[in-house]
Design a binder for this molecule. Structure first.
Ligand code: 5AD
Ligand code: SF4
Length: 440
């Protein structure tokens, strides 16, 4: 979501004559788009601001000005406090009000005053965002929904991104049409609670995510559809059925459970049990037998006992995941769990994270190994960073969202492969990628 937002901020600024710069040196403006989900992500802001100071000073010495804007969820959560902690900052703008950036920049330049806008206006945001001028690759994110009403007790999202809001389905359809005209083949629906999507169509009828998937699948040039991030409670029977019926819907789902213990799920206010999760997985696998599953896990949530953690390991063993994200619980100010009396010591969190990650990476490796010798369709998106052998390499995505790397000869034009879905024979599975060769 932050990548999507950063791209939109770039669109907004290029529309008024700015262009992107690779370094902050000499820049007229620097935007730091921030994440507040865990403490580590938040802390980065102030060290980044410190690093900007010499560049800002240098610009001033040259008789010019570098405008520094802090955007994103840290801006939303900390507000004016950021001005107090760092006098480098000129603009503070939230994730639901960044469409006003050009206006705020104008005011800074004209009135020589710092600006802040933390309003929640998602409706207005999508109506005023300019059409992207930047080159679009083979895959494009399309925000369909923002915000969250679920209030898990550890999470800042409902506070920083606000209440759930779904965009109208015909506007999403129009976005997809424009994207395929520019060569996009994969539409990636985005939302903090994407499967809670309930946007209206032109007739004012409520559409859910399953209907939206089916509608976008009708566009002939769309070859792949994905969505993230989902909540187990919103996996409707029709959405599960769509995984069987809509061949363009990729056989991969990121479905966070957070913990395998019912006690912890309850304390997290997840409003589902591990049994509910097993049932959703069973139905999904009936519908799409080769579906790859991914999840998010938090270890060391307040009150998590050895047995609770064992339940998480047990759930992981029973489900079998293809790739997951796992985190140590990070108390976020203002969320209910941050005030809980029984916090788990950091050393235990470290230990549990290590055990969980070892199991998850074992599962990922085993999943990847199943593809050795198999031919699969890969969508190439760009060149892979040069490796030691200095071979030209293509980087693409498998249907199961694995990274696939293929060698091509150094004098071959890599670009002709970008945006193409090409058959690749997998030669070797690595822990987090597959290496293959073109298979014509
Ligand atoms: N501490 C640790 N992890 C968190 N996440 C969200 N809030 C916290 C927190 N306070 C994780 C969840 C979520 C993912 C995006 O980040 O697993 O699914
Ligand atoms: Fe946060 Fe997801 Fe829970 Fe919403 S459903 S509060 S975004 S973890």
């Amino acid at each position: 979501m932050n990548v999507f937002d950063s791209d939109r901020m770039e669109d907004l600024m290029t529309a008024i004559g700015y262009e992107t710069s690779e370094t902050p040196e000499g820049a007229d403006m620097v935007i730091i788009n921030t994440c507040h989900i865990r403490e580590k992500a938040s802390e980065k802001l102030f060290s980044d601001l410190g690093r900007l100071r010499p560049f800002k000073d240098e610009k001033k010495e040259q008789g010019s000005q570098m405008i520094v804007a802090v955007a994103g969820c840290v801006a939303q959560a900390e507000g004016e406090e950021i001005f107090r902690r760092s006098n480098v900052v000129d603009i503070i703008v939230g994730p639901e009000s960044y469409q006003t950036l050009p206006d705020l920049v104008g005011k800074v330049l004209r009135d020589k005053k710092k600006q802040i806008n933390l309003e929640f206006t998602p409706n207005n945001k999508f109506d005023v965002l300019p059409e992207s001028k930047a080159g679009t690759g083979a895959s494009a994110f399309v925000t369909v929904q923002e915000g969250c009403d679920k209030f898990c007790t550890f999470c800042v999202v409902p506070y920083t991104r606000g209440a759930e809001y779904s965009r109208e389905s015909h506007k999403i359809y129009e976005d997809a049409l424009k994207l395929v005209e520019r060569g996009v083949k994969e539409i990636y629906f985005l939302g903090q609670n994407v499967n809670a999507y309930h946007g209206l169509n032109e007739k004012g009828e409520v559409q859910d995510l399953a209907k939206l998937v089916r509608k976008i699948a009708e566009i002939p040039q769309v070859e792949r559809i994905r969505y993230t991030t989902s909540h187990p409670r919103d996996m409707t029977p029709d959405l599960i059925q769509a995984h069987k019926e809509v061949s363009k819907l990729m056989p991969f789902l990121h479905l966070p459970i957070q913990s395998g213990s019912n006690n912890i799920l309850k304390a997290m206010n997840r409003k589902h049990t591990r049994q509910d999760y097993f049932k959703v997985i069973e139905d999904l696998r009936k519908s799409s037998p080769d579906i790859g599953l991914s999840s998010d896990f938090i270890v060391g949530f307040p009150g998590e006992t050895d047995q609770d953690f064992e339940d998480t390991l047990d759930l992981v063993r029973k489900v079998g995941f293809t790739q997951c994200y796992s985190f140590k619980y990070s108390p976020r100010p203002g969320t209910p769990a941050a005030d809980a009396k029984i916090q788990v010591p950091e050393s235990i969190k470290d230990e549990r994270l290590k055990i969980l990650q070892t199991l998850l990476s074992q599962q990922q490796t085993e999943f990847n190994q199943k593809f050795e010798g198999i031919v699969m369709p890969v969508m190439f998106e760009r060149e892979a960073p040069k490796n030691k052998t200095a071979n030209k390499q293509l980087w693409g995505k498998s249907p199961w969202l694995q990274s696939v790397i293929v060698n091509i000869s150094n004098d071959e034009d890599a670009e002709k492969y970008f945006g193409q879905i090409t058959n690749v024979k997998i030669l070797k599975a690595r822990p987090s990628s597959l290496v293959g060769e073109l298979h014509n």
